[in-house]
Design a protein around this ligand. Structure first.
Ligand code: GLU
Length: 449
């Protein structure tokens, strides 16, 4: 079976975590279909019918962000290049009597809504324009007033679908306004082009935020009016900040910020893949595992709460697992695999390796040592020998000869060798420093004052 999903951002800004999550889930749905032996495709559809607000720079940024996250679309469409398709579908709907002309201004509609609300009625468009006759339309035209166009919902045909997340959904079309689908200047609103594209791109699964549920109700009738079977729908609960709202901060939190903070794309994937589901959010390094366990039935109805602390935690845990080959290009040139393994457990992010590498290359700043410690370090310099485990050999020799234990045994050595009180495991770091540097540092510390 073929599964074709799509991510349909409007290029009116950068992607934020909420969009990224929607993209990811669509990508995973397609990946899962391929993994299960069927075929899966993930399409990028740029919803750029609004020429005022859509910008090419955002389209480029969307592509770049998806690529950075490892989600490579199997195809791309841009709505601005498909206007002829919308025109054609529109004309068919006009001919079938499923769209009609209306002239109310925004103020008039607003007033109607206020009156309805004042009477305790739901603010649904009253279809007054359906009563206009040819002469009324001609009069408007003579006045130079162009119509906008509404899709006429079929009140006799109840709307229902089985939602992948929300279960059985039912809408009485009479409780919905006939949506405006085209403005008086001929430009398109979201509703019809999206349905046309979903049909023509063969989209089998539309997975999007629950803010689109009422759009889906309308679009179900649009698909039917176009003689097309609606795709499967699933609406996921929205992403909110941990305080429970989609904050302004979250709305602008995107890949740029993540890159600046040196967050691994995999950390974002691992977090967003399962956030809001009943599955544990874990630092999963292998995306195939996330795809394998991806399951819409585990998605909850409550908002998914995004917490930066979770992202940091997952990022840190993933960095600790990263192989040298995967990070090599982002490390100091001379930093080899042994050094990466030595510092990796101490890092919150890959870029933190640069600071640790400075410990290896020096110069390092030494603390002030007591006379006793200087004598101890002088002895360390003479005892130092280079075998498989120079740190183990050094410390056990010193322990035997000086009787020192614990902090007294280790801390002066660490300070002399690294200039720091804390840091990577010395057993791993000492071989990276090398015998000459280690001896030189111990000698220098022993004669420091
Ligand atoms: N451009 C719409 C949005 O960003 C797409 C919604 C959809 O997935 O159909 O909300």
């Amino acid at each position: 079976m073929t599964t074709i999903t799509r991510f349909a951002p409007s290029p009116t800004g950068r992607l934020h975590v909420g969009n990224i999550r929607t993209a990811l889930h669509n990508w995973m749905l397609a990946q899962k279909a391929s993994q299960d032996g069927g075929s899966g495709k993930f399409m990028l559809r740029i919803d750029d019918t609004d020429p005022e607000r859509s910008k090419d720079e955002y389209t480029h940024a969307i592509r770049a962000d998806l690529a950075w996250l490892g989600m490579h679309p199997d195809g791309e469409e841009r709505q601005s290049q498909r206007l002829a398709h919308y025109e054609e579908a529109f004309q068919k709907l006009v001919d079938a009597g499923r769209v009609y002309r209306a002239y109310e201004t925004a103020q008039e509609l607003d007033l109607k809504r206020k009156v309805q609300l004042g009477r305790g009625k739901p603010p649904i468009y009253d279809r007054a324009a359906l009563d206009l006759n040819d002469a009324d339309h001609a009069a408007k035209q003579a006045e130079g007033i162009a119509p906008h166009w509404r899709f006429k919902l079929d009140h006799a045909s109840p709307i229902a679908w089985e939602d992948g997340v929300r279960g059985s959904q039912k809408f009485d079309p009479a409780t919905l306004s006939d949506p405006v689908i085209r403005r008086a200047d001929g430009s398109w609103l979201y509703m019809l082009p999206s349905a046309v594209d979903d049909v023509e791109m063969g989209i089998t699964d539309v997975l999007r935020g629950e803010d689109h549920v009422s759009n889906t109700a309308v679009q179900v009738q649009m698909f039917e009016a176009m003689n097309a079977a609606p795709p499967r729908f699933a609406h996921e609960a929205l992403l909110t900040g941990k305080e429970g709202k989609l904050s302004k901060r979250l709305g602008s939190l995107g890949c740029d910020t993540f890159r600046e903070r040196d967050i691994e794309p995999q950390a974002i994937i691992a977090l967003l893949a399962r956030l809001g589901t009943s599955q544990p959010v874990e630092p999963v390094a292998d995306t195939a595992v996330l795809v394998d366990t991806f399951d819409l039935s585990t998605f909850g109805r409550a908002p998914a709460k995004f917490d930066d602390a979770d992202l940091e935690r997952i990022n840190t845990a993933l960095v600790h697992q990263m192989e040298y080959a995967a990070v090599k290009d982002r490390l100091p040139k001379a930093m080899g695999e042994e050094a990466w393994h030595a510092v990796r457990p101490n890092l919150d992010s890959v870029s933190g390796a640069h600071a640790y590498w400075k410990i290896v290359t020096g110069p390092i700043n030494l603390p002030e040592f007591s006379d006793e410690d200087r004598a101890y370090l002088a002895q360390a310099a003479t005892v130092l020998s280079w075998g498989d485990d120079p740190w183990g050999a050094l410390t056990s020799a010193l322990k035997g000869s000086t009787g020192r234990t614990g902090k007294g045994l280790f801390l002066p050595l660490r300070q002399a060798l690294t200039g720091q009180d804390h840091g990577p495991d010395m057993g791993e770091l000492l071989p990276v420093l090398g015998e000459d540097t280690a001896r030189r540092r111990l000698e220098r510390a022993s004669s420091s004052c």
